[in-house]
Design a protein around this ligand. Structure first.
Ligand code: ARG
Length: 465
């Protein structure tokens, strides 16, 4: 019978399938570093209480460092019969390396606080990295927006040509959503960074352990304020998954636009070979798989929140009785998978954007004069006609153009004047896409000065980091 950490009161061995059902090492081993750092800090705090002598402390720290090295080098040998989770595996190995002193490390400590420490430390580090990658994506959008500032394209609503906009403005519209994600991330990071160490299994620590010291030593922002709540608390995982779901929705919408714009029918952009794949049958094919995968992975990340919320976790969280219950272990896998998926998607998106080929002539060719119908209406507004009326008049001009089968810019001035005597020869000036775009020069508009201001704001944000 395997000797399990908690086996003292047991007379029968655990059922094999039950052991497999219960184990979490197969997925929580990625937390090994956090687990070891948490233990080193806890050992230091025990030393401050003279529960560990200086000698025992240095034995424990040295031993834990060796365990960390074994994991890092892929040399850690898992005992499949007794290593239930990362905490038991590390403690078992520490005992083998340093002997008796290892048995003092867990004094007053519970795996219930350990798993919280491990998850929060690991997630905190990952979220910092995600913030940095998100910054890279934003920096890339700003650089591309600057490079292609002169390029005009049709702006769409309902996927119908609406008004001319700058390509850069379209790109920055997506960046704007990502800035929102970056801002929301700060709150998630702060809430994740509450230190559980010292809460015990549920009731607190009986040896007067210095919780402030441990939180500081591990770089946490705060100390978790209630031991019962702390061991029950996976709200930070729900936070991360919710945050990630919205971020992925944003990446997915950008992907969708780019996939559409890279079709032959649009031809506005081309995804670089490095982020495309071909067809095994059709030699001419080049497919934007990178973007399709991001769009697909958005579903996966939202599925994790469905897993944790609808079908599983949040649903069972709502009915979990006080403090720790093993159901909480079900939050580890979606957290790890979600963060890994988001990280890869952001890196791929950064690459796609940095290498994107832009075809200004195709965008220009897609601009049609009817997209300036609002500007025709605005022309009369500037002559004092109420907009509701000018809208009607411009509509009549569009209809006249359609009937005559010509672009509205090609209609003779007499046609304009028949519809409204206020039209003069200078109406011809309206039919200039560049001028139309440049008139929209208020904050957040599509004129070059407005777009440049957005670019500068992103550059400033990136530099602050
Ligand atoms: N692997 C466990 C988890 O992820 C660690 C905590 C185990 N605690 C316990 N009382 N069995 O939640």
């Amino acid at each position: 019978t395997p000797t399990l950490l908690w086996g003292g009161r047991f007379t029968e061995a655990i059922d094999d399938l039950m052991f497999q059902f219960n184990e979490s090492l197969s997925f929580d081993k990625v937390l090994y570093k956090a687990d070891i750092h948490g233990s080193i800090t806890y050992a230091k705090a025990l030393n401050k209480l003279n529960i560990l002598s200086d000698e025992e402390l240095s034995e424990i720290v040295g031993g834990l460092q060796q365990v960390e090295k074994e994991w890092a080098e892929g040399k850690f040998v898992i005992d499949v019969k007794s290593d239930e989770d990362i905490h038991t595996a590390n403690e078992r190995r520490l005992g083998e390396i340093i002997g008796k002193a290892a048995g003092k490390l867990h004094t007053g400590r519970s795996r219930n606080e350990q798993v919280g420490v491990d998850m929060r430390l690991w997630a905190g580090e990952q979220l910092d990295q995600l913030a940095a990658i998100l910054m890279d994506v934003l920096a890339t959008t700003a650089a591309q927006a600057k490079e292609y500032l002169p390029v005009l394209m049709p702006g769409y609503t309902h996927l119908q040509r609406a008004q001319p906009v700058r390509f850069s403005h379209w790109l920055l519209s997506h960046a704007t959503f990502l800035i929102g994600d970056l801002n929301r991330l700060k709150g998630v990071q702060e809430r994740t960074s509450a230190c559980p160490l010292g809460v015990g299994a549920l009731a607190g620590n009986p040896f007067g352990i210095d919780r402030e010291f441990m939180a500081k030593d591990l770089g946490f922002v705060s100390v978790h304020p209630n031991s019962l709540a702390c061991v029950a608390d996976r709200d930070f995982v729900v936070d991360i998954l919710q945050w990630a779901s919205l971020l992925m929705a944003h990446l997915s919408r950008l992907s969708e636009d780019l996939i559409l714009f890279s079709t032959a029918e649009f031809g506005f952009v081309q995804v670089a070979d490095a982020y495309s794949t071909g067809s095994s049958l059709m030699p001419q094919k080049k497919n934007p798989d990178s973007l399709e995968l991001i769009r697909g992975k958005a579903g996966r990340v939202m599925g994790q929140i469905a897993h944790t919320q609808a079908s599983g976790f949040l649903a069972s969280l709502k009915s979990l009785p006080t403090s720790y219950n093993k159901d909480l272990q079900e939050s580890v896998e979606p957290m790890i998978d979600c963060i890994k998926t988001v990280s890869t998607c952001l890196r791929i998106m950064q690459g796609v954007l940095a290498t994107l080929k832009v075809h200004p002539e195709k965008m220009k060719a897609a601009l049609t004069d009817d997209m300036l119908a609002t500007d025709v209406a605005d022309y009369l507004v500037r002559k004092g006609v109420p907009f509701r009326q000018t809208h009607h008049i411009a509509g009549a001009i569009v209809r006249r153009g359609e009937e005559a089968g010509v672009a509205i810019s090609k209609l003779p001035l007499e046609d304009f004047q028949q519809i409204s005597p206020l039209f003069e020869a200078d109406v011809a000036d309206v039919f200039d896409f560049e001028k139309s775009v440049e008139r929209r020069n208020t904050y957040g508009g599509t004129s070059s000065s407005s777009v440049l201001a957005q670019i500068e704001a992103i550059q400033k944000l990136v530099q602050q980091q």
